[in-house]
Design a protein around this ligand. Structure first.
Ligand code: DHB
Ligand code: FE
Length: 288
């Protein structure tokens, strides 16, 4: 049977992608950001899964106001790297896992979650920046990501967006789906986006270190309580784009302890301000 071995959580900032792509990760502003991922890159090499189930958000790249799926699962064989205005990032095409993705779609829809099934979509910085940060940037000589990735896009851009509670329950359904797949696959689930940031309006630039860190403490220790955090708290405390954090609750809901198993091991925790307009948060939790 397939199983979820670990969950990885990280912010996604377009400027982080540009910094990697332009070879500027050792510049003084950026060095502390990337230092927070040194452990993670080694950990990922030592624990490369068969598949990453990547919960991320599209930023009006593949979708627009024409079409706004709340939850969209990528069942295609591959996903092109999006052009977000400066040409596509120089990173490999994302290879999917159509068989597992289709199984998860079937199982999760049967568990009463409505998913949009997507066979073709370009993936933006929301997906590729976390991959570059944690897997390392693929070199020209070895130009592929280390494993297939199932993209799972969540609408956190256009209201109404899904609640933390719904995301947490969806994570539990995804775990059941993975565990009912009859091949022995090691699956990591990643939750991305956040932490506090606001890109627009009178409070643009808002960062809330105290709230972010308390939220991380609770996400680790008592995710069911975190799931009850209402939208308005995210927006008020973590800024309009802080709502991206509900995606972390999908990954956290898929961990074993939520279904009565043992607590996960905290393998790594990192927090840094600033990276562009964003507070960067990062966690690695392993099922034991
Ligand atoms: C920034 C952060 C984001 O999450 C995003 O999607 C775009 C920009 C930023 O900090 O600049
Ligand atoms: Fe974003």
């Amino acid at each position: 049977m397939a199983h979820i071995s670990a969950s990885v959580y990280t912010s996604h900032v377009p400027a982080i992608g540009a910094t990697i792509d332009l070879g500027k990760t050792t510049e003084p502003y950026w060095r502390p950001v990337f230092a927070g991922y040194d452990y993670s890159r080694q950990w990922f090499k030592d624990h490369t899964p068969d598949v990453i189930f990547m919960v991320y958000n599209d930023h009006a790249t593949a979708f627009s106001l024409d079409l706004i799926p709340t939850f969209a699962i990528g069942t295609g064989a591959e996903f092109a790297v999006a052009d977000e205005g400066f040409g596509p990032r120089p990173v490999p095409t994302v290879i999917g896992h159509p068989e597992l993705a289709s199984h998860i779609a079937h199982s999760v829809i049967q568990q009463d979650f409505d998913l949009t099934i997507v066979n073709k979509m370009p993936v933006d910085h929301g997906l590729t920046v976390p991959l570059s940060l944690v897997c390392g940037q693929p070199t020209r000589a070895d130009f592929h990501w280390p494993c297939p990735v199932i993209p799972f896009a969540v609408n956190v851009v256009q209201y109404p967006v899904p609640s933390g509670q719904r995301c947490f329950q969806l994570g539990q359904a995804i775990r059941r789906a993975v565990e009912s797949y009859d091949q022995n696959l090691k699956v990591q689930i990643w939750g991305t986006g956040g932490m506090s940031h606001q890109l627009q309006g009178a409070r643009a630039g808002l960062i809330n270190r105290q709230w972010d860190n308390a939220w991380l403490d609770q996400l680790i220790a008592d995710p069911a309580a975190t799931a009850r955090t209402p939208h308005i708290d995210y927006v008020r405390e973590a800024g309009s784009e802080g709502i991206e954090l509900v995606m972390w609750l999908i990954a956290r809901g898929a961990m074993a302890d939520v279904a009565g198993g043992p607590k996960p091991k905290v393998k790594h925790r990192f927090y840094h301000v600033p990276a562009s307009n964003t507070a960067v948060g990062h966690l690695i939790l392993e099922n034991t």
